[in-house]
Ligand binder design. Sequence first.
Ligand code: CP
Length: 306
Amino acid sequence: MASLSTEHLLGIADLSTEDIQLIHSTADDFKEVLSRKIKKVPSLRDVTIANLFFENSTRTKISFELAEKRLSADIVNFTSSTSSTKKGETLIDTVNNILAMKVDMVVMRHSQPGAHRLLSRHINAKIINAGDGAHEHPTQALLDAYSIRERLGEVGGKRVCLFGDIKHSRVAISNILCLQKLGAEVMVCGPGSLIPKYVSGLGVKVSHSVQEALAWCDVANVLRIQLERQHVRYIPSLREYNQYFGIRKSHLDALDKQIVIMHPGPINRGVEIDSDVADSEHSIILDQVENGVATRMAVLYLLAEA
Ligand code: CP
């Protein structure tokens, strides 16, 4: 049986193209399972998984929990706001105490970039990154690429533009790496203040014109303005951001082609995307959420086997 080249999922940077393709083909099988009346398989019976969320989440947390339950794993959930980390315990001590209760895998979201890599050097369990600060969000990129493949047949050769707050976005970095490994062309579009200088070194095109970027791409993946990570003001106001960089229906109507609209969520309607775009027939935003469960089942299953 084919297996992943990595023991943990710390970032897309660690995956080969073959790893990503294996995750996607395994997700195809689990998507078929999820279409059945009985959506549960025994693949991870007797495997115990801890979901450690040190940052807020709706989609990722619920999606991982559902994926684990569909695979028959035993799960424990941890939320930092009600834990003893508030009493000064370190991350490594917290996780080692949880692992002492015989936990096999850890799914973690943490605000500190690199927290998962640090943990992987100190603990004896498989680690999956559910988002580390503005660094990586690998399962989001895997489900985004899966959703493009599902809608357009393949990712290779497609033009994908990421719009908005690239500077603070772990989704952007993971998407750029994942899409490039699958052979897509990538552009980023937003105000200069929200596009870090290093992105051009990643081999992506850069645009500051929404019209130009929409005319270029097959897929528009619109990202949220992350005010919670902005310690200085990078944009004058949300109203002005919407005026110059928000994706509106009039933009799509002006194109001589149809493009696919994506958003990882949570959406700020009327800021980076208008409702009649987010809810349009071109939008696959809820398909992304649906595909998240099958994609995460694939990641959990393959890592448990590795
Ligand atoms: N896309 C995403 O990571 O959403 P949550 O923050 O709700 O998990």
